[in-house]
Design a protein around this ligand. Structure first.
Ligand SMILES: Cc1cc2nc3c(=O)[nH]c(=O)nc-3n(C[C@H](O)[C@H](O)[C@H](O)COP(=O)(O)OP(=O)(O)OC[C@H]3O[C@@H](n4cnc5c(N)ncnc54)[C@H](O)[C@@H]3O)c2cc1C
Length: 270
């Protein structure tokens, strides 16, 4: 496959706001590789692709080079015909303003390799799992839930999703429904700009880190999570991941690495 070939096509585009969408990308005439929920793919467009109007203008002339960026996969590996991505636009960014200009049927580049260690593979089956994400940082967890539910009986799982507005919560309905069906799953969405909502938001407000300190999770689980029985995943905004890491380390959790196993797993988006 030539490195510059636009080897994939947009098959679905769900616009949540001018700066946030869920997009499905299907390979054109080749098979998707197998992958593990939590991993990421690389997508790309040439710099000659147009930018969406609401983005910042770019300085300099395009040279035809391919721009590539990593995106966590939100779909399950059980789905074989497309990958789903949950993407936010960075107005001054190089790739995302071009991605947002794409429509259904438009072509783009999809890397044929899927990689990453931000998966549940290193978590023993008897451990509970807390999945914390800001904005699009919930994407890898959606793939995990879509693939692994129902869990082994007795394992508790909680998704803590922080977003600015209620309309940014792309998977609110799906996760709320799953929570109703599976007793072991808790979904706690939280918004930080509730004053901008058009109708009052009945749910949790503030930053997602607060869910750790204000007892919301303890109330939902019936016990405070401990490093003896729980692994915590952190994904998205680096400030949130760092704040959460500090809180968790104060409670005895240790960051996981391949050389030194621990209970905190981190995926920074920038
Ligand atoms: C493993 C991995 C998985 C990722 N998964 C996703 C995903 O599922 N969805 C998603 O939207 N992004 C994801 N990202 C981020 C993505 O790769 C790009 O960095 C992002 O889309 C911006 O690309 P850009 O070319 O438009 O901006 P760039 O030109 O690369 O960046 C411009 C500036 O914006 C900052 N920046 C980058 N991303 C953001 C952001 N989201 N919010 C605010 N500032 C930002 C950068 O630090 C830089 O200073 C992931 C990154 C990694 C490393």
């Amino acid at each position: 496959m030539a490195n510059m070939e636009l080897n994939a096509v947009v098959t679905r585009k769900l616009v949540l706001s001018p700066e946030l969408f869920v997009i499905r990308v299907a390979p054109k005439g080749w098979e998707l590789p197998d992958f593990v929920p939590g991993q990421f793919a690389v997508i790309g467009l040439p710099d000659t692709s147009p930018r969406v109007e609401i983005s910042d203008p770019e300085v300099g002339e395009p040279s035809g080079k391919m721009i590539r960026r990593a995106y966590s996969i939100a779909s399950s590996p059980l789905v074989r015909d497309h990958l789903e991505f949950y993407v936010s636009m960075v107005a001054e960014g190089v790739l995302t303003p071009r991605l947002f200009a794409l429509d259904i049927g438009d072509s783009l580049w999809l890397g044929p390799k899927i990689t990453g260690h931000f998966t549940l593979e290193s978590v023993p089956e008897d451990q509970n799992v807390i999945l914390v994400g800001t904005g699009t940082g919930v994407a890898p967890y959606i793939s995990m839930v879509r693939t692994h539910l129902p869990w082994k009986k007795g394992r508790k799982m909680a998704i803590l999703h922080g977003a600015r507005q209620s309309w940014d919560l792309a998977y609110l309905e799906e996760m709320t429904s799953m929570q109703r069906v599976y007793d072991d799953l808790i979904y706690l969405p939280q918004i930080s700009r509730h004053q901008n909502e058009h109708v009052p938001w009945p749910g949790l407000t503030g930053h997602v880190q607060n869910l750790w300190t204000n007892g919301a999770l303890k109330a939902a689980w019936g016990e405070q999570p401990s490093p003896n029985n729980t692994h915590v995943f952190l994904c998205g905004n680096p400030a949130m991941c760092n704040d959460m890491k500090t809180l968790l380390e104060a409670d005895g959790f240790v960051e996981h690495s391949r050389k030194s196993p621990g209970q905190i797993h981190v995926e920074l988006y920038w």
